[in-house]
Design a protein around this ligand. Structure first.
Ligand code: PLP
Length: 362
């Protein structure tokens, strides 16, 4: 089967929007060419729209989602700073690692995998944290944690949110929820190839950036070129990944042409059909009810279904990629993505039909 027929239903990347793929073939431009600079400005404006923010400092960091995570911490956290972090999966744990490397006093608030983070426990974890950090959509478990109560109760702390798997797939409201710094990745519900990390920083957080970040590359005080006149002089810092920015610009264009609310509704509808279909086939859902992500469904692998063999058959015979479980859930849980351009009824129907055939349910 040609690789162009692959249906990417793992935890990421998804199938990019066709517009985002086509943009990768556009003629190369110099990174200081006025055409490119205008396109970059428009890309930042589109990011403000999808993140629902007016933050002047909103830009695509050069690097994958983890670069966004690292940029957030190395610009806000210094040695000895108390940082409260929700941990209910791999990516909360990664935040702890990154914060600890900045010298933070990390206060981890843990919840079992499959459960959301209780906002009140985060708010009560330390009397005066500099930062409260949480993953909105945990890709290792398919769980959504609530952000709005953290913004309402954060006090003097800065609220840092990982939106890698959420933005473009479920509601994200940076300004409405009082989020101070949020980052994402291009390869999930934004429907673009991996390679950039959209980042937004509130004016409140900008005033409290560390004096001298230990990272040269990710120092937000130096990345003026991206943010332009609104936040400082546009000067050379590093060469922008021109083709990836063009692709993000086009992918965001496709998303906004559809309408953000319509895209969120499409993800919700596909997730609902997929989760019901999997239950009908005998799968049990893993994530806590009421906190399940439509764009990333986690299920227990039923007894009698061989994890590796079944996922290999899905790939070989039907061209469908499905993700395996992580950590102690490897071999026992599947992670089924339905994100970005992949979130279509036809893909849900194809996967459910393929599973029914493989499991001999028809
Ligand atoms: N945060 C979350 C919630 C993720 O799902 C991922 C990747 O899957 C990351 C951070 C890291 O992003 P990347 O793998 O693009 O560096």
């Amino acid at each position: 089967m040609p690789l162009t027929d692959r249906v990417l239903m793992g935890p990421g990347p998804c199938n990019p929007y066709p517009e985002a793929v086509q943009a990768l073939a556009r003629p190369m431009l110099g990174h200081l060419d006025p055409e490119f600079v205008a396109l970059l400005d428009e890309t930042c404006e589109r990011l403000r729209t999808v993140l629902r923010t007016d933050n002047p400092m909103t830009l695509p960091i050069s690097g994958t989602g983890s670069a966004g995570m690292e940029a957030a911490f190395v610009n806000l956290v210094g040695p000895g700073d108390p940082v409260v972090i929700g941990v209910n999966g791999v990516f909360g744990a990664r935040m702890c690692d990154v914060a600890a490397r900045c010298g933070a006093e990390v206060v981890a608030v843990e919840a079992p995998w499959g459960q959301p983070i209780d906002p009140q426990r985060l708010l009560d974890a330390h009397p005066a944290p500099r930062v409260i950090a949480v993953v909105h959509a945990e890709t290792s478990t398919g769980v959504r944690s609530d952000i709005a109560p953290l913004g309402a109760g954060k006090g003097d702390a800065l609220l840092l949110v990982d939106c890698v798997t959420s933005v473009g797939g479920i509601e994200v409201d940076v300004d409405g929820w009082g989020v101070d710094i949020a980052y994402a990745g291009t390869q999930k519900c934004l429907g673009v190839a991996p390679g950039l990390a959209p980042l937004t920083v509130s004016e409140r957080a900008r005033e409290r950036l560390v004096e001298r970040s230990p990272s040269w590359y990710l120092d937000l005080r130096m990345i003026g070129r991206y943010t332009g006149p609104a936040t400082g002089a546009r000067t050379y810092h590093h060469t922008a990944p021109v083709s990836m920015v063009m692709s993000l610009h086009a992918g965001l264009g496709a998303l906004l042409d559809e309408g953000l609310d319509a895209a969120v509704a499409r993800h919700a509808d596909c997730g609902r059909r997929l989760q019901q279909g999997l239950v009908d086939l005998g799968f049990e859902l893993f994530a806590a009810e009421g906190h399940r992500l439509p764009q990333l469904t986690t299920v227990w692998v039923p007894g009698g279904v061989d994890d590796g063999a079944t996922r290999a058959a899905l790939l070989d015979r039907y061209g469908i990629e499905v993700g395996g479980g992580l950590g102690e859930f490897a071999g026992r849980v599947w992670r089924v993505g339905c994100m970005g351009h992949t979130a279509r009824h036809r893909n849900v129907t194809l996967l459910l039909g393929a599973l029914a055939e493989l499991m001999d349910r028809r």
